[in-house]
Design a protein around this ligand. Structure first.
Ligand code: CAA
Length: 283
């Protein structure tokens, strides 16, 4: 099978980024969201990113327009009937994802691969909502999608080798680097990253250092592009807490206990960059 048409579900930060890289790589993309406002915002962010590429002379105006023309915004899932691959990037909620996958399973032709960009929900459980678990796979892109090279490719229990190979190959065509991992809580990326962020929050909570000092240590001492607390604000503190809870539930080990300060910030609505305040204040 040759993947040509792709549907991306969810036009938020991740979905729009995925649609952008697919369209720039020459694929036809149906970008789906549940409301027009979400779609408009997604398309706007893609246009803005591509305009920056044109301004930097990495892309011509014609190439930018051709990429945008390859994206068709849609408000329902019916277009899944004509695609070879669906990449789901809706919200991180098992019930919502299971419902989407069950619906896609009934609409999409039997050859269509159903991928999820989940950052931490079990691929095997999402696959169980369909009658094609061998064609369900995780494709975990990193934020910001157009910049980050990694895609974690996660095999569910039943994912076939053929589907894995097709997705690995597609990832390379998107100019990304696929890394194979198995289906365990947090996969590899978030099993390592989010406990590191949680530990950084503990160092602030226990008065060891200020957020600025913690970030400076990791930036200047370990060459991380962003300190862990700046990164936590970038990811969203609610998302960090959610992933810590998935690790804690999944492994049952106390080392994955979320820091009380992280819980407090989330309860206060201090969610990071998106809410204007987290460990830092944003205008
Ligand atoms: N969308 C598109 N492009 C973006 C962008 C965005 N949101 N933010 C930055 N960029 C681009 C800039 O345009 C710039 O491009 P050029 O080099 O072509 O000019 C490039 O990225 C570098 O940007 P800046 O010079 O403005 O800033 P920077 O050097 O600090 O880089 C960064 C920004 C790439 C985000 C960098 O700080 C970084 O790599 N941070 C760490 C990001 C990270 O760890 N991501 C993983 C998050 S965890 C995750 O995604 C998994 C999960 O499930 C939670």
């Amino acid at each position: 099978m040759d993947i040509q048409k792709i549907m991306v579900i969810g036009a938020g930060q991740m979905g729009a980024g995925i649609a952008q890289v697919c369209a720039v790589s020459g694929f036809h993309v149906f970008l789906n969201d549940i409301n027009q406002e979400g779609l408009d915002k997604g398309i706007e962010s893609i246009e803005k990113n591509l305009s920056r590429q044109v301004a930097k002379e990495r892309m011509s105006t014609e190439q930018k327009q051709a990429a945008i023309d390859r994206i068709t915004p849609v408000l329902n899932l019916e277009e899944a009937s004509g695609v070879d691959l669906v990449i789901e990037a809706a919200i991180e909620n098992m019930e919502i994802k299971s419902n989407i996958f069950a619906e896609l399973d009934s609409i999409a032709p039997s050859h269509t691969i159903l991928a999820t960009n989940t950052s931490s929900l079990p691929i095997t459980e999402i696959a169980a909502a369909t009658n094609r678990p061998e064609k369900v796979i995780g494709m975990h892109f990193m934020n910001p999608v157009p910049v980050m090279k990694l895609v974690e490719i996660i095999r569910g229990l039943a994912t076939s080798d053929e589907v894995f190979d097709l997705i690995e190959d597609l990832t390379k065509k998107l100019n990304k680097v696929p890394v194979e991992v198995n289906d365990f809580p947090g996969f590899v990326s978030n099993r390592i990253l989010i406990p590191m962020i949680n530990e950084a929050i503990y160092t602030v909570y226990e008065g060891v250092a200020t957020p600025e000092a913690v970030d400076d240590v990791m930036k200047l001492g370990m060459n991380h592009p962003m300190g862990p607390l700046t990164l936590a604000d970038f990811i969203g503190l609610d998302t960090c807490l959610y992933i810590m809870e998935i690790l804690h539930d999944g492994f049952g080990d106390d080392k994955y206990r979320a820091c009380p300060l992280l819980r407090k910030y989330v309860k206060a609505g201090w969610l990071g960059r998106k809410s204007g305040r987290g460990f830092y204040i944003y205008d």
